[in-house]
Unconditional design. Sequence first.
Length: 69
Amino acid sequence: MTETKRNPLPTEDELEPKKKKSELDEKAQQCRHGFHDWVEKEGEHLDEQGKPVKMLKCSACGKEKVKSE
Ligand SMILES: [Zn+2]
């Protein structure tokens, strides 16, 4: 008797990364409309004139910008 067991459905391990990716995609969708999820970066950063500024980074797409005060 040569019976081989098959899994027609993907395992949970295979589904998990997809789920996480779609969550990120949802965030990136917001980014495309200009709604970035800005998070203040730690430490001091210098602007083009060498002045210390605060930087913001989008946690979804990684875009950075100078925080304007
Ligand atoms: Zn973004």
